[in-house]
Design a protein around this ligand. Structure first.
Ligand SMILES: Nc1ncnc2c1ncn2[C@@H]1O[C@H](COP(=O)(O)OP(=O)(O)O)[C@@H](O)[C@H]1O
Ligand SMILES: [Mg+2]
Length: 173
């Protein structure tokens, strides 16, 4: 699946500090890095770009641009995850697509998504428990992929009141 450069991605890559941010995005993840280090770096890079930080994990950080969510590498490994996520989404059958945050564009290592609302820890454990289990099972039945790393509420969002997966870079066959 190919995407042309989305105007919101161009907005990021035309920032004055883009070159400096790209340099940091290419750094390798060191074993000694802690969650606090990842969070600090995400905040630093989002400030350099001048867009609000929505969240981050170990490999990528997400900023808000034009009401959308742009996922950028925090370390070099984040490039691979963005490409894997793009290809995973591109290969999904139509019946499963509504269960994932939709991709709007990909360029310069940046993956642009529709921005989803936050799912609280409480809703994650109560309201959505059965839905999550059923969905993960359905994905495995239809695609053969076993989704991983979905054990935290931060990996899930809500779009138009429906539960969606936000981080789908980790799976096994
Ligand atoms: N489409 C989105 N809308 C809103 N928030 C998002 C979206 N995608 C990701 N996020 C937030 O950004 C965080 C980091 O993205 P994620 O893909 O989990 O990175 P990593 O691969 O490093 O774990 C997520 O845990 C989630 O809270
Ligand atoms: Mg994550």
């Amino acid at each position: 699946m190919s995407f042309s450069e989305h105007p919101s991605i161009r907005k990021i890559t035309s920032q004055l500090n883009w070159g400096e941010v790209k340099h940091h995005m290419n750094e390798h993840l060191q074993d000694i890095c802690t969650a606090e280090d990842h969070n600090k770096k995400a905040l630093y890079l989002s400030n350099l770009l001048g867009f609000p930080l929505i969240g981050n994990g170990k490999f990528r950080f997400v900023i808000e641009v034009d009401g959308a969510a742009a996922k950028l590498p925090l370390y070099s490994a984040g490039y691979r995850d963005n490409i894997e996520e793009r290809d995973f989404w591109g290969g999904l059958p139509g019946s499963l697509k509504p269960h994932f945050a939709p991709i709007l564009g990909f360029d310069n290592g940046i993956l642009l998504f529709k921005k989803a609302a936050h799912v609280s820890e409480r809703d994650f454990h109560q309201v959505y428990k059965q839905k999550r289990i059923t969905l993960i099972k359905k994905i495995q039945e239809v695609t053969g992929f076993i989704m991983e790393d979905l054990e935290s509420h931060v990996q899930w969002g809500e779009l138009k009141g429906k539960l969606v997966i936000l981080d789908f870079s980790e799976w096994t066959v």
